[in-house]
Design a protein around this ligand. Structure first.
Ligand SMILES: *[C@@H]1O[C@H](CO)[C@@H](O)[C@H](O)[C@H]1NC(C)=O
Ligand SMILES: *[C@@H]1O[C@H](CO)[C@@H](O)[C@H](O)[C@H]1NC(C)=O
Ligand SMILES: *[C@@H]1O[C@H](CO)[C@@H](O)[C@H](O)[C@H]1NC(C)=O
Ligand SMILES: *[C@@H]1O[C@H](CO)[C@@H](O)[C@H](O)[C@H]1NC(C)=O
Ligand SMILES: *[C@@H]1O[C@H](CO)[C@@H](O)[C@H](O)[C@H]1NC(C)=O
Length: 393
């Protein structure tokens, strides 16, 4: 019910968001949004888009090549798991602040970044996930592009970010302990078996059975028919969504841990429905942090011709981790980079979707301009014989 109401209200907001010709007139995107909305008491829930700035292809006479120099960024880098390694093991789609590079392991990046591809300008964090590829019958691969999420019309692909908190002062919004900042990882790029969607809802896929994100009004990972922890087996006329739900309990001390996971935990009894933010934290991880969720929409519509699908009837999409069929290896990385206590204020003051008087924001054309140089250039969008990195987890 809650999720249904969120979508209805957001639909009203989106009407003022973009003009019929796709341009923006500078009005407050959220003006008509959510007067009084269904905010579950005193709780807060941010929902906003971070663009994946499209590759800008530039011909380099010096190198006789035509490749992208400028995006935040689809690139084989992973400063969390493979710091300093360039290129890293597998491809990622990265959004957020422009401090991102292969060697950003310990800094509080809100001090280093100067722009962000996210809606709220004080969010200089970085977020990244695995990419998706289509494997044709002849064995070659092509990257499946992201598409702007519902109500984020002006975004270029990207990732939608959610932060929820059940009430004022109910969560600790990560905090940097300068000069270092918080980071975490959820999911496992090497996983190839089910963890059981019902028991451990940390990542799932939705098959949009109708165009325009249609077919289900359930909250993420709760639709018994269209949500699965593996990639959908059938073609999805509206594309495929990936949701990644981070832990919401923290040990209260460590900004990171050797595997980037141990310092955080899910509540005892497993993750509750996203947006409810209940559950008891284990004694080892007593501090509640905001619930972070990433949402990626892949535009699979160009790849729904089943005559190009595997002859054995399996589905044709593979993750950049080298997960050739299951999708269980999806994962999300988070490097906290909110300036000062901006996120804490948003969580403690009932901010809702993009309505947050505490947080300055920017229009899509501005966030789409934020970029970092590509430092690991390679073919990202052509047909390729092997996945970038050679199908490594
Ligand atoms: C911007 O566009 C919206 C939606 O079309 C409209 O309601 C609003 O009045 C416009 N604002 C300005 C300043 O033109
Ligand atoms: C935005 O949130 C504030 C604070 O909760 C609320 O008072 C206001 O009505 C909301 N604005 C809109 C347009 O819904
Ligand atoms: C990465 O960013 C840090 C901090 O901005 C900077 O000191 C370092 O030189 C950068 N490294 C690379 C390889 O660009
Ligand atoms: C493989 O199949 C795809 C999709 O039909 C096609 O676009 C591509 O050119 C083919 N590649 C080769 C090497 O045949
Ligand atoms: C939250 O904490 C702040 C600072 O300690 C305090 O001023 C405020 O009253 C608290 N709000 C609630 C609802 O407890």
């Amino acid at each position: 019910m809650f999720w249904y109401a969120v979508l209805i209200l957001a639909a009203h907001a989106s009407r003022a968001y973009s003009q019929s010709d796709g341009s923006y007139n500078g009005s407050d995107l959220d003006a008509p949004m959510l007067a009084g909305g269904p905010r579950g008491g005193q709780g807060a829930m941010l929902r906003f888009g971070c663009s994946q700035v499209h590759p800008r292809h530039t011909y380099s006479a010096a190198h006789h090549t035509d490749f992208c120099f400028c995006q935040v960024v689809i690139e084989r880098l992973d400063p969390l798991v493979n710091p300093h390694m360039n290129p890293s093991a597998h491809m990622h789609q990265i959004v957020g602040g422009n401090a991102f590079n292969a060697s950003m392991p310990l800094e509080d990046i809100s001090q280093l970044a100067t722009c962000t591809t996210c809606h709220f300008t004080q969010d200089l964090s970085n977020y990244w996930t695995a990419n998706l590829y289509f494997r044709a019958r002849n064995g070659t691969y092509k990257r499946v592009p992201q598409m702007a999420n519902q109500f984020n019309d002006g975004d270029q692909g990207g990732i939608t970010i959610y932060y929820t908190s059940p009430g004022p002062n109910a969560t600790t919004a990560f905090k940097p302990f300068r000069p270092q900042g918080f980071r975490m990882l959820t999911g496992d790029s090497t996983r190839r078996t089910s963890e059981n969607l019902g028991k451990n809802m940390q990542q799932c896929y939705r098959c949009f059975s109708e165009p325009n994100f249609g077919g289900s009004m359930y909250s993420p990972c709760f639709d018994p028919k269209w949500d699965t922890d593996h990639l959908p087996m059938q073609d999805c006329p509206g594309g495929i969504r990936s949701n990644i739900i981070f832990p919401l309990c923290w040990d209260g001390k460590s900004l990171d841990s050797p595997d980037h996971r141990e310092h955080v935990a899910y509540p005892v009894g497993g993750p509750p429905s996203f947006s409810v933010v209940t559950g008891t934290c284990p004694e080892s991880h007593p501090v509640k942090i905001p619930q972070v969720m990433l949402e990626v929409n892949w535009d699979t519509r160009d790849f729904n011709d089943e005559s190009e699908w595997p002859e054995d009837g399996s589905q044709p999409f593979v993750l950049s981790t080298g997960d050739e069929s299951t999708g269980y290896g999806q994962h999300g990385d988070y490097v906290f980079g909110w300036q000062d206590d901006s996120l804490q204020l948003a969580m403690d003051n009932q901010c809702y979707l993009r309505n947050c008087s505490r947080l300055p924001s920017q229009m899509p054309p501005d966030k789409n301009r934020c970029s970092v140089p590509v430092t690991a250039p390679e073919n990202i969008d052509g047909w390729m014989d092997v996945l970038p990195g050679g199908n490594m987890g």
